[in-house]
Design a protein around this ligand. Sequence first.
Ligand code: AHR
Length: 553
Amino acid sequence: MMKRRDFIRNSVIGAGTLLLTKGGSLKAFADSLMDSRIEVLLGEPLGTISPEIYGHFVEHLGGVVYDGIWVGPNSKVPNTDGLRKELVEHMRKIKSPVVRYPGGCFADSYDWRDGIGPADKRPRRTNFWVGVEQASGPANHKYETNQFGTNEFVHFCKLIGSQPYLAANLRSLPAQQFYQWVEYCNAPAGTTALSDARAAAGYPDPFHVRYWGVGNESWGCGGNFTPEEYAVEFRRFTAWVPHFKEDLSFIASGPSDDQWSWTRGFLQEIVHRSPAQLRSIYGLALHYYTWNLSRGKTNDWVKGKGDALKFDTVDWYELLREGNVMESLINGHWQVMGEFDREHHIKLVVDEWGPWYAPGGEMTPNDILEQTPTLRDAALSAMTLDIFNRHPEKVAMANCAQLVNCLNSLYLAHEDKFCITPVGHVLDMYSAHQGGQSLRTIFSAPNVHYDRDGKPASFWGLNGSASLRDKEMTLTVVNPHVSEGRESEIGVRGAGIKSVSVTTLTNSDIHAHNTFEQRNIVQPQTKSLLMQGAKLTYIFPPASVTKLSLTLA
Ligand code: AHR
């Protein structure tokens, strides 16, 4: 039986309705037919939602970089300096805060020096994922051309207004190469041979890269280390890295799923050397993919996966149920971290998350690990972002895996074709939460009940998150029920509501998705409304993601 960790270890080489009445009260609500209530507690702030939890992930894998982002400066596809223009424009719109690059598993096989210097002099190398590629797959997916490297990536980040987050190779390069990559990126102009090399490529000014991942999945493709062995490597890699006056933030390779022993073993070894060493760690990376749709029948990484496009209503609920585990993982790892890091200096960085289905759901044949996101993935993504929003003190960053032509992609692109997926729309809708003050919010709604192969199963009926910036409140809500709308009274304890606008993402078909030919099948709809009274009720449509934007009085 194959588990994900083994796989990676062994890997290759409707519209809702707004009802407003005057003078509503809790009593009146209890007497009505409404069965749900959402109460936002203005007086109970949970912390600032780090904009970086709306981050992205780009790996040299399949069609992500070549075709997805990089089309080359001589392409007929509209581009800015070789970067797909339509993608750049959309990412700007969603306020992309941070992008992780160049992997993933690829990172621990990558030599950053291959990707700098004149494009025609850059070496062609075997890509880490070559063993997964099909014979018919494009050559530049199997053999890394290095046309897209550090310079192009940082330029891409600049164009979209995002921060770069570079994942360093800990498995197959010495620590010195890590230091020199930092130097190449951050040394002031004219100070060292590497800053001169950067200037010669057209970038005299430092890149100011703050976030550095120290290896990736070091329990698997990143070196098959034990947590204690990795802690020793982490110390060696992060000791005396030249800072160049940047506030370098090192992100340690963390656990997958509920690998509590990784979190514990790593921190134990760090603290064993000296508790002061905790200060060198900004974040601990947690990876969690939602993949097991076997309804409890297997934990086999291959057999347990479902189909991206063909699924029934039970699969819909099962995906959400599996995805909901994210909250207990955050709480669980946080608790273990607290055993060693009492003041919780180290934060969680969930730098890979999203659903992972069996092959077959690709929009572009031959794009490995590509799947076509549906409304189901929008619901899962919204639910996951709501979880992060509810834990602002714990989660400093998160990166949806992966940006384009991959697992939970925001965009699909091939040659001159492009579309925004339902997941992309969710990231757009939810960007309003970035930097807001997360507010405790109580959701009371009857559970959804369904039949899980002859056994009763249930899932929450409504859930979400709320945040506040000045007088603007954002409340995001998922109604997971595939066929029932949920009528709810919404209260803001501590303020009146002046105006409301509602953005809804839904479709009568839970399988709905966008394609290159039909780009707008799943699209958010926005309506505004001026508040007349104090009471707000709303019917959340079935299978929907909703954003309520409230201006408080
Ligand atoms: O996102 C695809 C792969 O999943 C990444 O390369 C790896 O880190 C993870 O196992």
